[in-house]
Design a protein around this ligand. Sequence first.
Ligand code: ATP
Ligand code: MG
Length: 341
Amino acid sequence: MEAQIDRDPSRFRVLTGDRPTGALHLGHHLATLANRVRLQQAGLDVVLVIADYQVITDRDETGDLPAVVREVVLDYLAAGIDPDRTTIFTHSAVPALHQLMLPFLSLVTVAELERNPTVKAEAADAVGRQGRGMSGLLLTYPVHQAADILAMHGNLVPVGADQLPHLETTRAVARRFNQRFTAAQPYFAEPDALLTDSLTVLGHDGAKMAKSRGNALELRASEDDTAAFFRRARTDSARHITYEPEQRPEVANLLRIGAHFAGTTPEALADAIGAAGAGRLKDVVTEAVVEGLRSLRARRRALAADGAAVVGEVLARGNARANVLAAGTLTDVRELMGMTY
Ligand code: ATP
Ligand code: MG
């Protein structure tokens, strides 16, 4: 896939995004943001959805959406997303996208959705940790994602290995739509996965870093808060620092973060620290992260000074383009389904 991208980047429209449940954190930076900027720079058409309807898959309140959306867009821009090249839109501003979900829902079975491992994991979290049932919106999350991707005719979707089942749903929806409504000439292309090999970044408590767990280092955090985050970070009782992801996940997590920003490998960083222990490791990682995020944070502060206006303008342009794309797709779909009167 990378070879094809190199050969003809303009052939690809990348579709990906985030739920506006909080400002973005170090996990997003390592797992997704840096890669999106890379694809944008390579000349692909990148489309980012801020999935505001998806906020209520697993919670009752939408929260202060305008404020959170503003933080997420500022994180994008500070990380190097360029609104002249990348489209940023919010779900709720693009009605045609959601209308596509109705025919798409007819193409999947409840059993298929219930088997989806990501839906299962999110449901386990909703039911187990939060003590609530699985909502219909959570169950149909992969179909909503199919609507995001296919409305925009995205043909490349960056995914971690754990998200491959989502893309399978999108591919199945595209395939089945073609079979059912336009057998003579396929309308939707089945999008390809761009596998990202990023590992899960852990929060200070040793669990997966997540906005809603209160264990995250936000990209916008101050240098003091960054130092405090790593001081609190859990390690283990072995003094000598080694890179052993299976046996020592917390230490390995710190080594990966430090190595990413210091431009080295976790193994080399472990060797360099060795007997100096976890205290030294935390100091080194703090320094690397503060240095590595310095320019992002400076850009972010500069943008935030006029944040509401900057973000309003970016979203107005992004939503306008997304509406054109989605409305075009919906018109085609209604025609193919014989729904023009
Ligand atoms: P929430 O707590 O609201 O679920 P979150 O922090 O888990 O928020 P999401 O919006 O669910 O963030 O995640 C969006 C994408 O960001 C994920 O699909 C994943 O690719 C990436 N991501 C999020 N957190 C991490 C993490 N800790 N490590 C690696 N990747 C992450
Ligand atoms: Mg999450």
